[in-house]
Design a protein around this ligand. Structure first.
Ligand code: WT7
Length: 709
């Protein structure tokens, strides 16, 4: 049984005491400390109880109900939280299953996500038109905008009309390659309004990556910005986008590019010869300003696509996951409210709930975190959402905490990598600011190590705030495992217990059998469909089935390993496929390898993750060179550049090792398992190396890795 520390996160100041979880399914018992130390160690088994046994019991009972008759659970919420233009037929709440990958939710029901996220809050009974929908803070801290729901509605309508004016129709894919400006969220909502499907590409991706995505989605329409601003630097987004649409794979696809030019840009990027040649560019602001601020909402079927988001897999090119309208909206809305303990529980049945939270997710809207927890989730709940254009380090490492103080942020959501990098600078920066507005601190993207968790909890939260460790994926649409503030006890490093409506199981990786007892270790899978799940991979349903549904028939396979402890709490142990998670960015090792072998000097490449203090996992590349290419530092730089060009700067390798040979089996397979161990310096647990063609490469490679460390 684990050693527990008890603090009541709802009351200040912190008084750590020992507590003990009695069973995984009944209640939490608090125990006053009698014996050993109560100070918070880095031991992962401490428990912070921010709840009462009553609230945990309530969670357990609601969770049990939500998976016993999951269709009934979600149908109640769909009618009480969303507004429908036409109801779904009673039999269509949930149809299909994981076996044949035919899941659908609320099909036949008609609604519009933009209407639910924006318009309804401008109308009775909500009447929140004058309340803030978006707080935007630009790269420079003094550049702040507050946008009300009414202003948001007007702007979204204008952009929607502008999209129509260039020819965008219901069902068309619109690619967005934009900085973190309010117009990005507005354009996403404008697409939703007219039934266009947005495909947002994170502004850190390269021209090659954009081109692949435009081609895959056959996206005729692109919205970009002349430049973006980050950390005092200007990013030439339009030039990168132009380079993309001129690539072979995009020729003849793109018809118009709307270029947002209202971001303090000096316009230098605008007039280029290429514009004349391509004749595709239209100035965003000019076109939008002359549109009418009224545009009716398209009636969308609950199963019509809302957006595509590309993510990396273990093989091949990134896949475009398709999220649909009704289920995604409901799931985004519900998980935002529950996971962050929003004080306001909105819905037609409760229109006048007080509006108290200042909610800030400081991710980028280009990833699923931004889609669900910056744009859709908060706005669907009628609260204000924060959009942050800059970085945690600009102008200095106190930027986040300065924002918390100035905006009186109550819910703050970031990634472990950001916490780790800020932690390095010590406690002085956060201590300079008044962080007393904070109530809930969230983390996402990768497992959080207990030391970072505790720093977040103690130094940022002053021992008063719940730290919610939200586990989920691009594919899941929203959180699937997380503690609920004030409800679930917290164990640093554990994402704790499943969200409502999510039936999580641990499968034996080899046999695929459910492991029912705890503790258990295996792969994480989900047993029943939930509304927020992605429905397919764009243009390749077979790939969707192969990756998620086929590995363990009857289950959704997440691709992560996990442990369930004796209290039933989940601990994610990391990807079990060839996907690595670098600072919460998902990167397929195959993508990095193909970027490397595209260089003429490279004969073979094998890429593995390597433990990294700040990023969680770094990228380690082993390459053999083609005949005649000598090893050199210059070549290493070129190879690194090749990866940046093919994918983007966030995928820059941390280590490139040139080697005469890779560990191969006699049948010619690269043994990545061994490379992972070499990269991590775990030579004593190499395992069986007798099947290697030439076991001596192990020693040579380890020596090279050691030198680079
Ligand atoms: C992968 C999904 C979810 C939005 C950001 C990343 C890892 C995510 C956690 C967490 C441990 C986590 C998993 C997952 N992951 N959150 N709280 N604890 N691991 O989305 O790019 O689709 O990546 O990120 O490995 O499969 P994504």
């Amino acid at each position: 049984m684990c050693r527990l520390t008890l603090t009541m996160a709802t009351s200040s100041p912190p008084h750590p005491k020992k507590a003990r979880i009695v069973t995984s399914t009944t209640s939490i018992q608090k125990q006053t400390n009698t014996d050993d130390a109560t100070t918070m160690s880095d031991e992962p088994d401490e428990v912070y109880i921010a709840s009462t046994s009553a609230s945990l019991a309530q969670y357990q009972s609601t969770h049990a109900t939500s998976i016993r008759d999951t269709a009934a659970y979600w149908s109640d919420l769909a009618t009480s939280k969303l507004e429908w233009f036409a109801p779904y037929p009673p039999g269509s709440v949930l149809t299909g299953n994981f076996l044949d990958g035919s899941v659908s939710w609320f099909a036949g029901g008609k609604l519009n996500v933009c209407y639910n996220a924006v318009d309804r809050y401008c109308l009775a009974p909500y009447n929140r038109g004058q309340e803030t929908a978006i707080i935007w803070e630009g790269d420079e801290p003094n550049n702040v905008k507050h946008i009300t729901y009414l202003e948001l509605q007007n702007n979204v309508c204008r952009i929607a009309n502008a999209l129509k004016a260039i020819g965008v129709k219901k069902g068309d894919v619109v690619t967005l390659y934009m900085p973190m400006v309010p117009e990005l969220a507005m354009t996403m909502l404008a697409c939703a309004r007219i039934g266009a499907v947005h495909s947002v590409i994170f502004a850190g991706f390269s021209a090659d990556a954009i081109a692949d995505r435009i081609q895959d989605a056959k996206s005729k329409w692109v919205v970009t910005a002349s430049v973006g601003a980050r950390g005092g630097r200007s990013l030439p987004l339009k030039s990168i986008c132009d380079a993309a649409i001129k690539k072979n794979q995009c020729l003849g696809i793109v018809e118009k590019v709307l270029v947002f030019d209202g971001h303090g840009a000096n316009g230098s990027d605008w007039v280029q010869e290429a514009d004349v040649d391509m004749n595709v560019h239209v100035k965003f602001t000019e076109l939008v300003e002359c549109q009418r601020p009224v545009c009716s909402c398209e009636w969308m079927d609950a199963e019509d696509p809302l957006f595509i988001l590309y993510t990396s897999g273990s093989t091949g090119r990134p896949k475009g996951l398709v999220h649909t309208t009704g289920g995604y909206a409901l799931y985004a809305m519900h998980t935002t409210a529950t996971s962050f303990g929003l004080t306001q529980q909105t819905g037609p049945s409760n229109p006048n709930a007080p509006h108290k939270d200042v909610y800030a997710c400081v991710a980028d809207a280009g990833w699923i975190t931004g889609h669900t927890y910056i744009v859709y989730g908060p706005l669907l709940n009628g609260i204000s959402t924060f959009m942050f254009e800059s970085t945690p380090m600009y102008p200095d490492c106190g930027r986040y905490w300065d924002m918390v103080q100035r905006h009186k942020i109550t819910v703050f959501y970031t990634a472990p990598t950001a916490i780790r990098s800020l932690m390095r600078f010590g406690d002085d920066a956060p201590k300079k600011y008044d962080l007393s507005s904070l109530k809930v601190l969230g983390t996402v993207g990768e497992p959080i190590n207990p030391a970072a968790w505790k720093w977040y909890y103690d130094v940022i939260g002053n021992g008063r705030c719940a730290v919610v460790d939200t586990y989920w994926q691009t594919e899941t649409g929203g959180h699937i495992i997380t503690n609920l503030p004030g409800v679930t006890p917290m164990k640093p490093g554990s994402c704790t217990l499943p969200c409502y409506g999510i039936e999580v199981v641990v499968l034996d990786a080899a046999t695929g059998k459910e492991i029912e007892s705890s503790p258990a270790e295996g792969v994480l899978a989900i047993k029943q469909p939930w509304p927020g799940m992605a429905r397919t991979c764009l243009g390749d349903h077979q790939r969707y089935l192969n990756v998620y549904m086929k590995p363990y028939p009857g289950y959704y396979f997440a691709g992560d390993g996990c442990r369930r402890d004796e209290d039933g709490f989940f601990w994610i142990t990391g990807r079990v496929d060839d996907v690595i998670n670098v600072s919460g960015h998902r990167i397929g090792t195959a993508e990095v390898e193909s970027a490397l072998v595209a260089h003429p000097a490279v004969a073979q490449a094998a890429v593995v993750g390597i433990p990294h203090e700040i990023k969680g996992t770094g990228i380690c590349c082993f390459t053999t060179l083609a005949n005649g290419f000598p090893e050199s530092d210059a070549l290493i730089k070129e190879l690194s550049q090749s990866v940046r060009t093919r994918i983007g700067p966030f995928a820059t390798p941390d280590m490139i090792i040139l080697t005469p040979a890779l560990p191969m089996t006699r049948s010619g397979k690269i043994m990545r398992r061994i490379l992972r161990k070499i990269a991590a310096g775990e030579l004593d647990t190499l395992g069986d190396t007798t099947t290697l063609l030439d076991p001596s490469v192990v020693g040579e490679l380890s020596a090279k890795v050691e030198k680079l460390r």
